[in-house]
Design a protein around this ligand. Structure first.
Ligand code: 13P
Length: 246
């Protein structure tokens, strides 16, 4: 089936980086002719410090609420105002440490779309689920929360990142085949929800993507790029990964 999914590489700095790294990325990426879409997701306080950059910016989280007495939270409109076009929602680190449910993640994704941010919705299984060979029902549940709350048109605005938890920050990446299998499953599931819905949605792989394994992962038919953690903190590694997606 024909599709027009331009590959994307997104860097998730997590709670790392500083003004110096902001400057490095703004400067170095400009000299590269990259044909994939590039998104940098620094800690939100750094978003307004990127000046004169030629990639998109994203936040790593957003409140599911609009505004009001919610100390420490940031809204969709605030993130947009300081330059974000994307927001990561449902990262496994937040699902675990902040007890974010799939329902809450879906609410965040919905608000993001309604407010004009593209959500990068993370899904992915822990090791015991992989060992029990119940990855598909586990991912299906995470997707169901999303498709139950978002309209088909809103779903079309989402990017989905498959990040197996056992591969995050461990140096233990999924094999290209393991990634492809789950990505194909996600696309099939979305297609079953609404005709051809899955065909237009970008599916990123995340979990120990490095300059030396990116090409193999990204060359899988249903892998449209990556969500990069550790290797997004070194500009030359990140550029090499972007090249692998070209
Ligand atoms: P690593 O690339 O460090 O494994 O992190 C992946 C990730 O969690 C990106 O969101």
């Amino acid at each position: 089936m024909e599709h027009n999914r331009v590959p994307m590489v997104a860097g998730n700095w997590k709670m790392n980086g500083d003004q110096d790294l902001v400057n490095q990325f703004s400067k170095e990426l400009k000299t590269q002719a990259l044909s994939c879409a590039v998104v940098i997701c620094p800690p939100s306080v750094y978003l307004p410090l990127f000046s004169d950059h030629d990639f998109s910016l994203g936040a790593q989280n957003v409140s599911h609420l609009q505004n009001g007495a919610h100390t420490g939270e940031l809204s969709v409109s605030m993130l947009k105002e300081v330059g974000a076009d994307y927001v990561i929602v449902g990262h496994s680190e937040r699902r675990e440490s902040q007890q974010e449910s799939s329902k809450l993640v879906a609410q965040k994704a919905k608000n993001a779309v309604e407010g004009g941010l593209t959500p990068i919705v993370c899904v992915g299984e822990p090791l015991n689920i992989r060992e029990q060979e119940t990855v598909e029902p586990y991912i299906a549940e995470q997707l169901k929360a999303l498709t139950e709350l978002l309209s088909v048109d809103a779903m079309k605005q989402c990017v989905i990142a498959y990040e197996p938890i056992w591969a995050i920050g461990t140096g233990k990446t999924a094999t290209p085949q393991q990634a492809q299998e789950v990505h194909a499953f996600i696309r099939r599931t979305l297609n079953a929800h609404a005709e051809e819905l899955g065909e237009g949605i970008r599916l990123l792989y995340g979990g120990s993507v490095k300059a030396d394994n990116a090409k193999q992962l990204f060359s899988q038919p249903d892998v449209d790029g990556g969500l990069i953690g550790g290797a997004s903190l070194k500009v030359e590694d990140f550029i090499a990964i972007c090249r692998a997606a070209n």
